[in-house]
Ligand binder design. Structure first.
Ligand code: GCU
Length: 430
């Protein structure tokens, strides 16, 4: 009887402790665990043995854990949004092979002053609905094409973007990233692309007040709480809003079941988070995403060859929530590692793509995390990673969990897009 009572008490304590993210343990009470945490073991030690328990228990817990300790809670979907204006629509794009349009979205409740410009390219003359990639770009939609009507962002842009003058985009940057996005190839292969600029939602600066985040603060709040959204969460929210837009406004041409997310580097970190948090994203390609995305947080903190979380939190203090730097010197206290974020995408296909000279993104560590997420995919009967060793250069592993590494540097190029499209063909069907 006493044993029964004790068990009962313990289970009540555990369920109370885990009933809300606010009650997750503070940093000091988290145990150090040098090994990768088992994605199939709950924070209270309960082993997950069925797909139903993964979906009902562990998945919501992991979603909350990542937001609480690392990225900050994604802002909620606004009560209302609207296409404020379709800026233009041109069915003669790429010699009539595609239709290009751009829409400006506005958000209300809370009312955001920011506007999201979505560039949409859809191949013409296809039978049936087309699959579409949703991507976030670094330099503005106008950088994807030489089309003269595409909007040039008015706000902050990176100094490194073509045509950037005093951190503002100019006409000179039009088509500056044409070789990064390869619209002609995407269209030729029968896919659409919906693209937006990260700075529309949150300029990539350490200023915490210039993005959408403060609009979601509680009354009287002036600074972020330790688990409020960092920039990556705000950007992931943008992927979700573009999915809303595609489903509501373009479901006659876009296949709602074949929406893929893609992004490079910091935008790849965002891609993985966006896919982990939203099942409407059918496939994710976080390209060269590295630390804070596809690579492990548990690396020797003194390593100089790969990025550590101390390094990333120092160089980019605004990307994650304020709880995350607590782990700078002790990443082994994190109650998860990045394979758990990947596992949140199960059973959907995810491809990790890398480059040999981009060791900073830890391509070997990334492969280990694919292996570590595999048991969740297998539990869901979804296949997994069909490779035991990191594949040779230019050999695509196109199983549900996929991997590819090419020669060269940190960039997104035509070869990468060829691989993204091959993987999407295989996993989403032609
Ligand atoms: C830096 C940063 C990386 C990031 C990359 C990028 O190198 O350290 O974490 O992925 O920028 O976004 O290009």
């Amino acid at each position: 009887m006493r044993i029964f009572q004790q068990c009962l008490c313990l289970s009540i304590v555990i369920s109370i402790r885990l009933s809300s993210a606010a009650e997750f343990p503070d940093f000091a009470s988290l145990p150090a665990r040098p090994e990768l945490p088992d994605p199939l073991v709950m924070l209270d030690g309960t082993k997950i043995t069925s797909a139903a328990d993964w979906t009902a228990k562990r998945r919501p817990e992991l979603k909350a854990l990542f937001q609480h300790y690392m990225y900050g809670y994604l802002p909620p979907k606004p009560q209302r949004w609207a296409v404020e204006e379709v800026l233009f629509k041109d069915p003669e794009f790429l010699n009539g092979k595609a239709t290009i349009s751009e829409s400006r979205l506005a958000f209300f409740g809370p009312d955001l002053k920011q506007r999201l410009y979505v560039l949409l390219v859809v191949p013409n003359g296809r039978v049936g609905k087309v699959p579409v990639f949703v991507g976030m770009n670094f330099c503005g939609n106008h950088a994807l094409t030489n089309h003269p009507l595409v909007h040039i962002p008015e706000g902050w842009v990176y100094k490194s973007c073509a045509g950037s003058e005093n951190e503002r985009a100019t006409e000179k940057g039009r088509a500056g990233q044409i070789d990064t996005w390869n619209l002609d190839l995407i269209v030729e292969r029968g896919y659409g692309l919906a693209c937006f600029y990260s700075g529309d939602l949150d300029p990539d600066t350490p200023d915490f007040s210039d993005g959408i985040e403060p609009s979601f603060y509680a009354p009287g709040q002036t600074t972020p709480k330790p688990n409020d959204a960092g920039a990556i969460s705000a950007w992931a929210w943008g992927y979700h809003r573009v999915v809303d837009f595609l489903l509501l406004n373009h479901s006659n041409s876009i296949d709602p079941k074949r929406i893929a997310a893609v992004g490079h580097s910091r935008n790849g970190k965002t891609t993985l988070l966006a896919a982990a948090m939203d099942d409407r994203i059918a496939l994710a390609i976080p390209h060269q995403a590295g630390c804070g995305g596809t690579a492990p947080s548990r690396v020797d903190i003194d390593r100089k060859d790969v990025e550590t979380i101390r390094r990333i939190n120092t160089a980019f203090p605004h990307w994650f929530c304020d709880n995350f730097p607590l782990f700078n010197e002790q990443p082994d206290k994190l109650p998860f590692d990045q394979h758990c974020l990947l596992a949140l995408c199960a059973p959907r296909p995810v491809l990790y793509t890398n480059a040999i000279e981009d060791q900073w993104a830890n391509p070997d560590g990334q492969f280990e995390l694919l292996k570590a997420a595999d048991p969740v995919y297998r539990l869901l009967g979804a296949g997994g990673l069909d490779a035991k060793e990191r594949p040779e250069i230019r050999k695509l592993v196109d199983s549900k969990l996929g991997y590819y590494i090419r020669p060269g540097k940190h960039s997104m190029d035509r070869e990468d897009w060829g691989v993204f499209l091959d993987f999407a063909d295989k996993q989403l069907g032609k």
